[in-house]
Design a binder for this molecule. Sequence first.
Ligand SMILES: Nc1ncnc2c1ncn2[C@@H]1O[C@H](COP(=O)(O)OP(=O)(O)OP(=O)(O)O)[C@@H](O)[C@H]1O
Ligand SMILES: [Mg+2]
Length: 287
Amino acid sequence: MGILRNKRRREEREPADSRYGSPSPARAPYDTPSPTAAVELRGVRRRYGRGTGAVHALRGIDLSLPRGSFTAVMGPSGSGKSTFLQCAAGLDLPTEGSVRLGGTEITGMNENQLTELRRSRLGFVFQAFNLLPSLTVEQNVLLPTRLAGGGSARQGRAHAAELLARVGLEGKGHRRPTELSGGQQQRVAIARALVTRPDVIFADEPTGALDTTTAGEVLDLLRSAVDALGATVVMVTHDPVAATHADQVLFLADGLIADRLPRTDATTIAARMRTLATRPALAGAAA
Ligand SMILES: Nc1ncnc2c1ncn2[C@@H]1O[C@H](COP(=O)(O)OP(=O)(O)OP(=O)(O)O)[C@@H](O)[C@H]1O
Ligand SMILES: [Mg+2]
């Protein structure tokens, strides 16, 4: 991935953002460093471009997510959610700062190491389901293990069948993705994300293209990956209802974590989103 070859560059620290109240001397609840955290970010900054046209997409993220937790990440468009997810998942390299997954520092890894890490320990679910149309459902589910060269064909088929049953697609292994509904395709993508028994599943708007009922089914699957399989899920979403499935909701604004809510109802989450969206942009902060 070309972007990972970008050299990391140092930049001046920006002044602390005081819009969301004075910085508290105590650590925020999402920010207690832990050697056993599934996902840990320290001082993560990501800048696109240089000079006056530079965009500061992440401006200092400190975050520690325990194993077996489900976190929703919300915030206005352009607040840095996707950039955050890409940096946390080793798909993009921060300009500055450290990212640890399961205690392993990933920011110094080369591309081969990152690819291996993504294959063996991470799962991904995106808004566009990203299934390969020329492969069957079963082949799509098994793709990550095939790329890793693991297991016999018979074991693979048994595992795929088990995962397809788990996501409610029993017997659909021989279909092509185009023969399935959007919700069914996203469930295939979740089965594929689970096939390597990942420690962490990163999801960017996984329900963005789905109707409410189908979205609910997909969210239940992510929830059960946490509750039944012990996975850690980090999910970017615009939808307050989707965020109610998470143990906590983090709110990003202008590349910083502006707030956190423990698991709560959609009305409370929507109200918090509205106050973030209506705050005036900080003078001098790059949009
Ligand atoms: N490749 C890029 N080059 C330059 N700027 C970028 C790039 N990717 C993102 N940005 C900028 O970084 C900021 C954060 O973008 P990001 O995609 O992380 O936002 P987001 O919160 O995911 O938004 P959305 O809700 O619209 O998906 C935005 O100002 C965006 O324009
Ligand atoms: Mg985005």
